[in-house]
Design a protein around this ligand. Structure first.
Ligand code: 15L
Length: 277
């Protein structure tokens, strides 16, 4: 059976984006299997069930994925945290998700992040095949997830879409988000296309709305039949001057995550020698 006609497993269902997706995909009539380590706080859509489980429990993940056509992997640590906290949910947990996908021949839609490429400078315009330049252990776990997906595609033919999500919040709140903001509605339409597309192969999609100040260019959106409909541009008047005052934050695409624990000193090789950084 093609992935589109089988149930959808959503990890991280109780998180902010998981709840938004549950509402939107449930309203479209998709059969949803929801899971999270935390209880699900909202009313359940008609064709949905919820199981409380830990991503670190490989057996539970295999069971939950049984018969599922798509795994929407939004679970795990979603902010900059120390390595030991990221390790279980984001690295080991990801392995459990991909093993389940391999066994069930499911497609994986992975909530990657702009923090997998956060140390690119803001003046650069990046395409999907740019170098991974993580800005934190969290960003590193997202880069690892993308590489894990590549491995499972090349070796086992497991399809993946890596959503390099910018800043998915109800509204943009600072100047950086004029580039990185992704509206909830654009996210939901994007994820629906990832589920319903006949084939995705192994693809990267930049997760931001149609923002004139975007840092990002080419990706696989045409393959999915998705284009963003919202934009942060209307917030420019109130947010363009909302800067942090920190040169590291303002220099790099990943913003504050780049500055957390930064100890490099002021000069980068690009500044010192004009080398490509
Ligand atoms: C992310 O990946 C985080 O999950 C979110 O909390 C924000 O920090 C976002 O990136 C961002 O870069 O704005």
């Amino acid at each position: 059976m093609p992935p589109q006609s089988r149930p959808v497993l959503l990890t991280g269902a109780s998180g902010a984006l998981g709840r938004v997706l549950t509402r939107a995909l449930g309203a479209q009539g998709l059969a949803l299997r929801l899971t999270d380590i935390a209880p699900f706080p909202d009313p359940m859509p008609p064709d949905a069930s919820f199981t409380r489980a830990d991503l670190a429990d490989g057996v539970a993940m295999l069971r939950l994925a049984e018969g599922c056509g798509t795994i929407l992997h939004f679970g795990g640590v979603s902010v900059d945290r120390p390595f030991e906290e990221v390790l279980g949910p984001n690295l080991r947990g990801l392995y459990h998700i991909y093993e389940a996908a391999r066994r069930e021949r499911s497609r994986v839609v992975f909530a990657s992040s702009n923090h997998s490429i956060g140390f690119h400078e803001r003046g650069e315009r990046l395409d999907h095949d740019c170098q991974l330049r993580p800005d934190s252990y969290y960003g590193l776990s997202k880069a690892y997830g993308e590489l894990m997906g590549r491995l499972y595609w090349d070796k086992h033919g497991v399809e993946s879409v890596f959503l390099r999500i910018g800043s998915c919040f109800p509204e943009p709140v600072d100047a950086r988000m004029l580039a990185t903001w992704l509206s909830y509605d654009d996210l939901c339409r994007l994820v629906a296309r990832c589920v319903l597309a006949e084939r995705t192969g192994c693809a990267v999609v930049w997760g931001n709305s149609a923002n004139a100040r975007s840092f990002w260019g080419e990706d696989a959106r045409a393959r999915l039949g998705w284009a963003p409909q919202d934009s942060a541009d209307g917030f420019a008047g109130q947010l363009a001057g909302k800067l942090s005052g920190d040169p590291v934050i303002e220099r790099y695409q990943g913003g504050a995550y780049c500055a957390n624990g930064y100890s490099r000193g002021e000069a980068s090789p690009a500044d010192l020698f004009g080398w490509p950084d």
